[in-house]
Design a protein around this ligand. Structure first.
Ligand code: THU
Length: 139
């Protein structure tokens, strides 16, 4: 995939729903899952959702993955991630280790792309294999 603009746009939009009153770090993610029946990209979005007890917090990436998988979708090509404090993202947000492991469960590490973005035109692309080398996989 070379056109990440739409994916990043949707991640930025999803970030508007981030619930992060404890960290004040707002994250949005947009997960590409092939094409819908209308031929348009099928995209599941997510935001981070924090909790007063802290550990129930769910990252934006996992929100997107769990929405998709819970709706029967298990084939993914790429995920765009945007994050930061109030206002426009100022630096790239990389997925945490737990989210990388969740990606490993459902994605081909050789081909799945992680798009860490600041804007639609400023982003870095990684393969899952680069971000989770020597990964633990399905038994
Ligand atoms: N967070 C994400 O949603 N995704 C990431 O890739 C990194 C961290 C969230 C978790 C928590 O709500 C906040 O950012 C600060 O860690």
């Amino acid at each position: 995939m070379t056109d990440y603009e739409e994916l990043i746009r949707q991640a930025l939009k999803a970030r508007e729903n981030a619930y992060a009153p404890y960290s004040n770090f707002y994250v949005g993610a947009a997960l590409l899952a092939g094409e819908g029946k209308d031929g348009r990209p099928l995209i599941y979005t997510g935001c981070n959702i924090e909790n007063a007890a802290f550990s129930p917090t769910c990252c934006a990436e996992r929100t997107a993955f769990f929405k998709a998988v819970s709706e029967g979708c298990r084939a993914f090509q790429a995920i765009a991630i945007v994050g930061g404090g109030q206002g426009a993202p100022a630096s790239y947000t990389m997925p945490c280790g737990v989210c990388r492991q969740v990606m490993m469960e459902f994605c081909n590490p050789e081909t799945f792309e992680i798009v860490a973005a600041v804007s639609e035109s400023d982003y870095q692309v990684y393969k899952l294999k680069e971000l989770l080398p020597e990964a633990f996989g399905a038994l």
